[in-house]
Design a protein around this ligand. Structure first.
Ligand code: COA
Length: 392
């Protein structure tokens, strides 16, 4: 056996690229369309704005652009990328992996393990864990991995989940831990449940909202319980600069924090302080893009890492319906303080066009088989660099 095969190179996130699609709509525009009080969406669910994709723009475009940005920022030779793992629940084919579309557009081929990972919103985290463990095992030798989490979260018009919709992608090159190292030890929890699922052939997910919330809270409690072990929970929490969660919608995260706090015996005031100090600030970008399924947690992590001094710890709680969860620990590296990836979000937020309720209704009409032109929903394809993109 080669000795090189057992070497364990320094491993972590070497670069991050983010991408949000070119359309958006405040949830307050949706409320009157559905006969709801806007306060239900903003205060009841904690939602603000949903990211939306124009016609002919989808998960392939999101994943590819995020990956391009991460690779450019990494600055390494793409010949060194030996793994491409794409986590998504917006599969474009039941057989061909989404990674093949991304690889095609990026020109990645050859000695690359390329595949798609599916486990609802947990798929991106699994892809990241596999990439990190591949390097830590020594099998990767000097190769790097490209991990992408990308999704378009759409519900049937009128579904209670509609205000939580969103879309986005996060790509990370797993190589030297310039942005953050990933602790090899993590805390997983899973139970087989039907809380959120999408049968083959169905365009939209089916959700048992109340069960999904229960599962999410139970998973969070068990993962944080395992993290704390026999230590004092306050001591463990004091070591964390930020605590990131998968964000289906911000109120769900708040309820999980309540459950974790109560489990540790905290009073209401302490829980409020914990949420305000370490959790809520990490969801600034999530509130502006809505649920992006696999990408949601990593959008929050990218936000939390931005501006951190070297050696600060961040907890990342991943949840995927079905259900599986895992709590990861990261430690900021030398490039976290510059947080250059924030420019991706700033650029996409500046470029995106805001729809009103009428334009949104026309956009969703394409779900009923009608062909909608980009111009019809107010997207200027002449000046948009996205207008002519296609998934196939
Ligand atoms: N002003 C302020 N708040 C209001 C309100 C108003 N006018 N009307 C309702 N609310 C609050 C409710 O009190 C409730 O808050 P609470 O839970 O803290 O009490 C919240 O708004 C939601 O109301 P609810 O009636 O529970 O909403 P719903 O039945 O329409 O459910 C979802 C909406 C989004 C919660 C549900 O469909 C869902 O869980 N969807 C998806 C979950 C998911 O993504 N799971 C998978 C991954 S984890």
């Amino acid at each position: 056996m080669s000795t090189a095969a057992t070497a364990t190179p320094p491993t972590g996130i070497a670069s991050i690229g983010l991408h949000l699609p070119p359309l958006s709509m405040p949830v307050t525009e949706l409320a009157p369309l559905r006969g709801q009080d806007p306060m239900k969406y903003t205060h009841g669910l904690g939602c603000e704005t949903m990211s939306l994709c124009p016609p002919d723009y989808g998960v392939v475009e999101l994943a590819t652009e995020a990956a391009r940005r991460a690779i450019a920022r990494w600055g390494g030779d793409t010949e060194r990328i030996g793994m491409l793992a794409v986590g998504t629940e917006t599969a474009v084919d039941m057989s061909r992996p989404l990674s093949a579309w991304v690889a095609d557009r990026l020109g990645l081929k050859g000695a690359v393990r390329s595949y798609e990972v599916k486990h609802a919103c947990y798929g991106g985290t699994l892809a990241l864990r596999q990439a990190a463990e591949w390097r830590l095992s020594g099998a990767a030798q000097d190769q790097a991995a490209l991990v992408v989490a990308a999704d378009v979260a759409l519900y049937e018009p009128g579904d209670p989940g509609e205000p939580t919709q969103g879309a986005g992608a996060v790509a990370m090159v797993i190589d030297e831990p310039r942005v953050a190292s990933i602790d090899p030890v993590s805390y997983a929890w899973s139970e087989p449940e039907f809380d959120f699922w999408r049968p083959i052939g169905d365009s939209y997910p089916s959700v048992d909202g109340a069960l999904s919330l229960d599962c999410y809270k139970r998973a969070a409690e068990n993962c944080f319980k395992a993290l704390v072990g026999k230590r004092n929970p306050e001591e463990v929490l004091s070591e964390l600069a930020a605590i990131c969660f998968h964000v289906p919608f911000p109120k769900m995260v708040r309820k999980a924090v309540d459950q974790i706090g109560e489990f540790f015996g905290f009073g209401a005031e302490r829980i409020e302080q914990l949420y305000a100090d370490k959790v809520s600030p990490t969801m600034v970008w999530n509130r502006l893009c809505g649920n992006a399924y696999t990408a949601s947690l990593w959008i929050s992590v990218a936000n939390a890492l931005e501006g951190l001094a070297v050696g600060q710890r961040v907890a990342a709680f991943s949840y995927g319906s079905g259900f599986g969860a895992e709590l990861l620990m990261l430690e900021s590296g030398t490039e976290a303080s510059a947080g250059i990836w924030a420019k991706d979000i700033e650029a996409d937020l500046t470029a995106r066009e805001q729809l009103d309720g009428a334009a949104y209704t026309r956009l969703r009409a394409q779900d009923d088989g009608k062909t909608i032109l980009a111009e019809e929903i107010g997207l200027d394809v002449a000046t948009s660099r996205f207008g002519k993109a296609s998934s196939r």
